[in-house]
Unconditional design. Structure first.
Length: 133
């Protein structure tokens, strides 16, 4: 039996401290950066007839610097949603430290948190018509 770490929606997605609140402008900046990065990635994979693993091995070796820049743009847009400076976007250790601290604040109830509320402020439960309370 393998001992690799397994990520599930319960262990990775649900406890992840999403940025909150996020403005429509910030959300659109992330969406646009995502669209540009994905479009370029698809273009390269189609032209070169390669998959994502091969693509990112090549990126790690210095190829496709334009794709790397698009990733950096997306990272910076996401950092801005958290209210972090651009420099944080490329610092894995600092990102992990800040996300852990944010998660601890949320878990302790020290920070209001409902990242999936709709634009009218209704929680997911309210959006689904479930009892809230």
């Amino acid at each position: 039996m393998k001992s690799d770490i397994r990520y599930t929606p319960t262990s990775a997605f649900l406890p992840f401290p999403w940025p909150y609140p996020v403005s429509d402008e910030q959300r659109e900046r992330v969406a646009e950066a995502s669209r540009r990065m994905i479009a370029r990635r698809q273009e390269i994979c189609a032209e070169e007839q390669i998959g994502l693993t091969r693509l990112y091995n090549l990126v790690d070796d210095g190829a496709y610097t334009d794709l790397k820049k698009l990733h950096r743009d997306l990272d910076e847009a996401v950092a801005a949603c958290y209210g972090w400076p651009k420099a944080i976007a490329q610092d894995r250790d600092e990102i992990a430290r800040r996300l852990s601290a944010l998660n601890a604040e949320i878990a302790a109830g020290q920070r209001p948190y409902d990242p999936f509320a709709d634009r009218d402020g209704r929680s997911v439960a309210q959006q689904l018509g479930l009892p809230v309370g």
